[in-house]
Design a protein around this ligand. Structure first.
Ligand SMILES: [Zn+2]
Length: 468
């Protein structure tokens, strides 16, 4: 009896493996609409697409055990319920749900999930975190790859795919694609220069530096008819194929691209797992959503920091460790479950701190730091920052303010006892109290030059999902 069972299980395993492990599967994309308001959300299918390139990921790491992201999508074998592929991710809708606008109206956002094309029908299951941060299924859909209505004829790409950095076959590397927004035909070489410089600068920061050979970088710029990126708050209106814009959720420095379908139709011509949108603009701004993309103002003096910080969100779901800048989201609820992000904690139990293995036994928890001095300085600085924007002052003045701010934090922290320690420093995740970050300073906290050790480990976990 036991032997029959074992044989049956083995056979089933072989069958389910065969469903997804064809030698070089195509890339399948499911496009859907995500609609709702602050309290409700529904998903509806737009289309199932077979992208032009093979799956660029590592077929030995198909399931995601990192427990990151507000949402999780799984490709499930319908009879055995075996998960053939999964990835945690986040979305514009998920962020928008916490804005004031979502309490007053419904909105729709276009989203996609991508996975290796199965050979037989599968179930797509999307889950979302519940109040205790556990994933619970919220939508499910059967997908038949042989259905005649699966889209196989695609709009052509009127731009070239550039190799920025190549370290080997896509199936063994993390593939990052840089997309240009607002660069004209005449500005093509400028776009290429930004791609090369920013890639080099990011790969000089740990842990990317150690893992540089695990990355490939590609770039595509579909030339824009007019130079520059859309910025409604100062009357700059621009159209581009990627459609990036400042003032996302009415936050002046938040840059997002809302037309997901147009973006995917360009991106599908390069092998990619992660996306960076470089905007042809100088104004400080950017954004990063886990599993979606990073946006960076390519001409801002702080572009290198912006790129690395926002990529931290996009690549590894790192939380913001800062809490003194205004954001578009409403306050978190008073009862706080432990955040799922690897680099913030509610410190419900100091002995079970999730980064305990990096904490010295003689480090105090919570860990003291010059919090009130930092906050007083930040308060003055945020007021100056607001004034510079209100008066539409040159960007160089804003960059100079940020330089002074960084010099102040660096010197304040340098003399503080725990400035090189991992502990639990109060103030993180947009909240001055109740959330704690692992280090006094980190790229996710100020415009510092290094990730803290906890963020570095969080990034390496994701690199390992893609490399051989
Ligand atoms: Zn950190």
């Amino acid at each position: 009896m036991k032997r029959t069972c074992l044989l049956f299980t083995t056979l089933l395993f072989m069958v389910t493996s065969a469903i997804i492990h064809a030698s070089e599967p195509q890339t399948m994309r499911v496009d859907y609409y995500h609609t709702g308001d602050a309290l409700t959300e529904i998903f509806s299918l737009h289309q199932v697409v077979v992208e032009p390139l093979p799956w660029p990921g590592n077929l030995a790491r198909t399931t995601d055990e990192t427990n990151r992201g507000l949402y999780l999508f799984e490709i499930v074998e319908p009879i055995t319920n075996k998960v053939l592929f999964s990835r945690g991710y986040a979305s514009i809708f998920g962020e928008w749900q916490h804005t004031g606008e979502a309490t007053r109206m419904h909105r729709t956002f276009h989203e996609s999930v991508r996975f290796p094309k199965p050979e037989k029908p599968v179930r797509l299951r999307i889950s979302k975190r519940d109040d205790a941060n556990r994933f619970a299924a919220i939508w499910s859909l059967m997908i038949d790859p042989a259905d005649m209505l699966v889209v196989r004829k695609l709009p052509p790409l009127d731009a070239k795919v550039m190799k920025v950095m190549n370290n080997g076959p896509s199936t063994k590397k993390v593939d990052v694609l840089i997309l240009g927004d607002g660069f004209t035909v005449e500005e093509m070489s400028e776009f290429e220069r930004h791609c090369n410089e920013l890639t080099k600068e990011m790969m000089a920061v740990e842990p990317f530096k150690t893992h540089k050979n695990d990355f490939n970088f590609w770039a595509i710029n579909v030339p824009a008819p007019e130079s520059g990126t859309n910025r409604p708050s100062n009357g700059t209106f621009r159209w581009s194929r990627i459609g990036a814009t400042y003032d996302a959720f009415r936050s002046e420095r938040y840059v997002l691209a809302f037309d997901n379908q147009r973006m995917r139709e360009i991106a599908q011509y390069a092998p990619y797992e992660f996306l960076i949108i470089l905007t042809n603009s100088e104004t400080y701004g950017g954004g990063g959503i886990f599993g979606l993309y990073t946006t960076v103002a390519a001409k801002n003096e702080w572009r290198s920091y912006l790129m690395v910080h926002e990529f931290g969100h996009h690549f590894a779901a790192l939380a913001d460790e800062y809490y003194t800048s205004p954001v578009a989201y409403n306050d978190a609820e008073s009862s706080r479950p432990e955040p799922w992000e690897p680099n913030v904690t509610a410190l419900h139990n100091a002995r079970h701190l999730k980064w305990n293995h990096l904490v010295d036994s003689n480090t105090d928890l919570p860990t003291p730091w010059p919090k009130s001095t930092f906050e007083a300085f930040q308060k003055t600085n945020q007021a100056k920052r607001k004034q510079l924007r209100a008066e539409n002052r040159p960007e160089s003045e804003m960059s100079a303010l940020f330089r002074r701010e960084q010099a102040f934090s660096d010197s304040l922290f340098a003399t503080s006892k725990y400035h090189n320690s991992i502990g639990a420093f109060e103030g993180a995740n947009y909240e001055a109290t109740g959330f704690y970050r692992p280090a006094m300073n980190c790229i996710m906290f100020t415009r510092h030059t290094e990730f803290c050790k906890v963020c570095q480990e969080g990034i390496v976990d994701i690199i390992n999902l893609y490399v051989d």
